[in-house]
Design a protein around this ligand. Structure first.
Ligand code: AMP
Length: 136
């Protein structure tokens, strides 16, 4: 059984600024916000690590809470938009090994930039799409 920092928050062993809770999920302010109002939505279930091993039920619960909170966070912070972000595994930037979705309010001139884009070589996109279909 894992015992990460978010597991401690679920057990009430660490303080947080809670914004929402239901039977399956908990949402609180990120301690190091990208922008004010940056919120984390986590599963209360502690048996998975990220999107790659979460149960469908827990994922749907996370999605439901994100859908509920995003408009409230946008209104409460006066943001001009919202980014939803989930880091899955270390190479993707995951630091805390517990399923969590970032809700990040965006403000004009906040200085955040999104990732760069690239292009496919001839035939490369079709090959990758076929490989992905083959894994389903
Ligand atoms: P990630 O890089 O996707 O694993 O994100 C983990 C996030 O957890 C980071 O944005 C941290 O700032 C945040 N975090 C770590 N410890 C706490 C804590 N005790 N309370 C609130 N947020 C935390």
């Amino acid at each position: 059984m894992k015992d990460c920092i978010f597991c401690k928050i679920i057990r009430g062993e660490l303080p947080t600024n809670k914004v929402y809770e239901d039977d399956s999920t908990l949402a609180f302010l990120d301690i190091h916000p990208v922008t004010p109002g940056h919120t984390l939505v986590i599963t209360k279930n502690t048996d998975s690590y990220n999107l790659l091993d979460i149960s469908e039920a827990d994922w749907l619960a996370l999605a439901r809470t994100v859908h509920k909170l995003a408009p409230a966070i946008e209104k409460a912070t006066g943001a001009d938009g919202i980014n939803i972000m989930m880091n899955n595994r270390g190479h993707a930037g995951q630091v805390v090994d517990h399923p969590h979705v970032h809700i990040i309010p965006r403000f004009k001139g906040d200085g955040l930039r999104q990732w760069d884009h690239s292009s496919y070589q001839d035939g490369e996109a079709a090959t990758i799409a076929k490989k992905i279909r083959g894994m389903l």
